[in-house]
Design a protein around this ligand. Structure first.
Ligand code: SF4
Length: 408
């Protein structure tokens, strides 16, 4: 895979050494077992795959290069480059401005832009409407477009489904930048509707089966369907795509559910299923798949707790947390500072969207066994700092440098 020029302060000597070693030993990426780091009184099991993905490294490289190559120019980011507070803070400190917040609310008016300005499109991509708006101002986005190719792949998949006259059901978070962008591209080609979870899919299905009155759809799914969507007709033939960072099992369950509803409603068989339901595999990206599979395998190891590092608004990170939570106490933190002391940790509950303080998170026994991973937008340097902080609580821990040497 292509190597990107990412600022060295996002890298970690320890994690780079581990990743290099694991890659050398497992060129075909078949081994998803965690990496065991034995510091003595603390034992850490690091997921096989975690941290910056292709799309994030690509976006960071383009953003920092744009800053270096354009001194004196006004540079704007359409919204957060990626969902990591550290990376966004670094870009802001270099003079980059945000045009919108993560929910699409305007911070700086498009009218304030001039053709001389640079606007970076984030890794999630953007809507066709915003792209047209920028072009009409005279801002050409091609050179500064960091849209991940794996997101574009979803747009292409939607186009293929649309060409075969299927409507598109998008499994994603309706307000997430990527889902808004995918929805905009899908809606350009076919009637489209977003479902955020299985509960919404079940409700949507009731309009297919006729259990719900068609008129209610427009209120129930307000803001989640394309213009002109006709509920009495547009769910006759459907195909499912998803936000690239959803939980694989959730998307599979949603697609299976819709398929079954179509089978029952139209009395379909294997042979004629395609008349009503597009046979698509999920559109999760490779990083989401690798990271989720690595966490599932890591969870085979018994441990005292898990730590997941990443931005609190990062979709892919929250799904890793979800997987860990099913098995053991899990602390979702965005940097090492959240570990306040050997007794206290501040961590995020993404279900309630609140930061919580937990006391006595470290067990009294040794060795303390910890499972650890991070999201696709989290710099490895942050994970290393978490390891450093935890091991520093135990006097007899072997030093980090010794661990680096072990993997060289
Ligand atoms: S998580 Fe996947 S789709 Fe999103 S930026 Fe990374 S590689 Fe691209």
């Amino acid at each position: 895979m292509k190597q990107f020029d990412v600022p060295v302060f996002y890298r970690s000597p320890l994690i780079s050494a581990i990743k290099r070693k694991r890659k050398e030993k497992d060129k075909l990426k078949k081994d998803f077992s965690p990496t065991f780091l034995d510091f003595g009184p603390v034992q850490i099991y690091l997921a096989r795959h975690f941290g910056f993905c292709y799309g994030v490294e690509n976006a960071i490289e383009i953003a920092f290069r744009t800053i270096d190559e354009n001194p004196g120019k006004r540079i704007f980011l359409l919204s957060e480059m990626i969902h990591n507070p550290q990376v966004n803070k670094d870009l802001l400190s270099r003079g980059v401005h945000f045009l919108q917040d993560t929910h699409g609310r305007q911070i700086i008016a498009f009218e304030d832009l001039t053709p001389q300005d640079i606007v970076l499109i984030p890794a999630f991509g953007t809507t066709l409407e915003i792209e047209q708006k920028l072009n009409s101002i005279g801002i050409h986005t091609e050179k500064y477009n960091t849209t991940c190719p794996f997101v574009e792949k979803v747009w292409n998949r939607s186009e293929v489904i649309a060409k075969k006259a299927y409507s598109i059901v998008i499994h994603g978070k309706p307000t997430h930048e990527e889902t808004r962008a995918t929805f905009s591209h899908a809606a350009f080609n076919a009637p489209s509707v977003v479902v955020k979870n299985m509960a919404q899919t079940i409700e949507l299905s009731k309009y297919i089966t006729g259990e719900k009155s068609p008129g209610d759809f427009y209120t129930e799914f307000k803001g989640q369907y394309s213009e002109g969507f006709d509920i009495t007709r547009d769910l006759d033939r459907v195909g499912v795509v998803n936000q690239t960072t959803m939980l694989a099992s959730d998307t599979q369950a949603i697609a299976d559910y819709l398929k079954q509803v179509m089978i029952e409603k139209y009395g379909l068989t294997k042979e004629n299923l395609a008349e009503r339901f597009a046979d698509t595999r999920d559109t999760l990206c490779y990083a989401t798949n690798d990271n989720q599979t690595s966490v599932s395998e890591m969870l085979e190891t018994s441990a005292d707790f898990a730590i997941v590092v990443g931005g609190y608004n990062s979709s892919n990170t929250s799904h890793l947390v979800e997987l860990c939570e099913e098995k053991l106490p899990t602390y979702f933190i965005n940097n090492a500072e959240k570990i306040l002391s050997p007794d206290e940790i501040l961590h995020y509950n993404f279900h309630t969207k609140q930061e919580l303080l937990t006391r006595d998170f470290l067990p009294a026994h040794t060795p303390v066994k910890i499972l650890m991973t991070s999201g696709a937008s989290c710099p490895d340097a942050l994970v290393e700092r978490v390891i450093e902080k935890l091991t520093a609580f135990f006097k007899e821990s072997s030093p980090l440098d010794t661990m680096v040497e072990h993997f060289l």
